[in-house]
Design a protein around this ligand. Structure first.
Ligand SMILES: [Zn+2]
Length: 186
């Protein structure tokens, strides 16, 4: 069998939601068991005695599975994900390093550090709002913050440099999740 350097396959639910990364051997096994369809392939080939197949880059479960729903962890990156990486005041889309979080009702006024009082915020808006409520600062929230019920792809750990092109349509997260995932607010 030929040595392949594209060794990881992205596994999706039937609904195209990323579940996890598996080895290409596991991907081929799942495929040979008719459990998955191959959505996308790498150029690399696997040569066996009687067949040649391309290495699966993305596979998708044939059946819908009921996934155990864990509560979404209250963390900085998950707040950014909930808010679509947009400042909830000016609406600008930011990278994680350009975002901070804002207590809608300031902590000094008894505002809680919780899903419904924390929003993603760019540094400029954060500085402008300072220790005021949105009404006092005449800043309008773009959405009412709530606890999200699920988070796409948030458990998948990949780095921006190593995301195969074939995954980009499915993997929402890149890079920073390795560093920031699970960083709890204090
Ligand atoms: Zn802003």
């Amino acid at each position: 069998m030929q040595q392949v350097d594209t060794t990881r396959t992205l596994l999706l639910t039937q609904g195209y939601e990323p579940i996890k990364i598996v080895s290409w051997q596991r991907a081929i096994t799942l495929w040979s068991l008719d459990k998955v369809d191959i959505v996308d392939e790498y150029d690399a080939e696997i040569r066996a005695v009687s067949f040649v197949v391309r290495v699966p880059a993305v596979i998708r479960l044939r059946k819908a599975v009921r996934r155990h729903v864990k509560p979404v962890k209250f963390s900085r990156v998950n707040i950014y994900a909930r808010d679509g990486h947009r400042c909830q005041y000016c609406g600008v889309k930011c990278t994680i390093s350009e975002l901070t979080y804002d207590h809608v009702v300031p902590r000094s006024r008894g505002g809680a550090t919780s899903w419904d009082n924390i929003v993603s915020c760019c540094y400029a808006c954060n500085a402008h709002k300072a220790n005021r409520t949105p009404a006092e600062a005449k800043m309008k929230l773009r959405s009412i913050p709530t606890r999200p019920t699920w988070m796409p792809a948030v458990q998948i750990r990949v780095s921006a440099q190593s995301v195969p092109d074939a995954w980009r349509d499915y993997v929402y997260w890149t890079g920073e999740i390795d560093h920031d995932e699970g960083t709890d607010l204090v």
